[in-house]
Design a protein around this ligand. Structure first.
Ligand SMILES: Nc1ncnc2c1ncn2[C@@H]1O[C@H](COP(=O)(O)OP(=O)(O)OP(=O)(O)O)[C@@H](O)[C@H]1O
Ligand SMILES: [Mg+2]
Length: 268
């Protein structure tokens, strides 16, 4: 496997997604602060950080949601800048977002919801993606994506719809929120399935269990990159330094520069 922590002189592989010196302000607050990140095709990456670190904002900016388009720096997907492209255009290029809190759609059945973007709309294919997230197709296909579904069921239906789309890049914002332990294992299986199909997955989380599903992770704090590397290394650092966070989402003065220096020394 191509190591993500090396920059080979002659590589056949290029990052699928490049975040290049991204800065985004919300009102007076700098929410994303000169972020530079690279995501590799067919890999599972985590973006980890405490509450308020800027994780959801990063996902919304990559997806191009309204209110998240005024940034400096660049976001490139498959080498092409996403600047100026709307959500639909980004979706058409193969980028999808699974929300921290999925929306409800009154009156829309799960069959129609999943079928809308599915590559294969056959009954068998729709049943397959529902089964993959642990929902019995016979019970769920004709139910509505409305308030009668629990929060965990809505998260699973949304993930099933993403499996059906077969996207190139999946941004998953806290895939474990509102999910019980058994369903969580189904979600982890679905992440492996996406990876096996060649998709790149970006897991946004502050959970160590979710972090462990990734190959590689970025730790952000207060919109800044603190550390990056293979998951074992980031898990150790995050567990020691961030759980609990001793400085309320403000990187300690001087510490971030030391951390980034150690990242550079590691060649990562
Ligand atoms: N529209 C906005 N106006 C002002 N501040 C905002 C806005 N949106 C987000 N923020 C602030 O930006 C910071 C990052 O928010 P974000 O939702 O990206 O955090 P997060 O890392 O996803 O946190 P969590 O783990 O709690 O989901 C927070 O301090 C938040 O209050
Ligand atoms: Mg969030």
């Amino acid at each position: 496997m191509q190591s993500m922590d090396e920059t080979p002189a002659t590589s056949v592989s290029h990052p699928i997604l490049e975040i290049d010196d991204l800065v985004l302000d919300m009102g007076e607050k700098r929410v994303l602060d000169h972020l530079t990140l690279e995501f590799w095709p067919g890999h599972v990456h985590a973006v980890i950080g405490p509450n308020g670190a800027g994780k959801t904002t990063l996902a919304a900016t990559i997806m191009g949601l309204a209110g998240y388009t005024q940034f400096s720096g660049d976001i490139r997907f498959g080498g092409e800048s996403l600047r100026g492209l709307g959500v639909d255009q980004r979706a058409a290029r193969g980028i999808t977002l699974a929300w921290q809190e999925p929306a409800r759609y009154e009156g829309l059945t799960i069959r129609s919801f999943i079928g809308a973007g599915a590559r294969d709309r056959s009954e068998a294919a729709l049943a397959d993606v529902l089964a993959r997230v642990g929902l019995d197709p016979a019970q769920y296909l004709d139910r509505a994506v409305d308030r009668t579904l629990s929060g965990g069921e809505r998260k699973r239906v949304e993930l099933a719809s993403i499996l059906a789309i077969e996207p190139r890049l999946v941004l998953m914002d806290e895939p474990d929120s509102g999910i019980d332990v058994e369903a969580l294992n189904r979600i982890f299986d679905a992440i492996k399935h996406l990876k096996a199909r060649g998709a790149t997955v970006l897991l946004i989380t502050h959970s160590l269990a979710v972090l462990r599903q990734a190959d590689h992770a970025f730790l952000i704090c207060s919109g800044k990159l603190m550390k990056k590397g293979l998951v074992g290394k980031i898990e150790e650092f995050f567990g020691d330094a961030c759980l609990p966070c001793s400085h309320q989402n403000e990187p300690e003065p001087g510490k971030r520069d030391r951390d980034l220096r150690s990242v550079a020394e590691d060649g990562q």
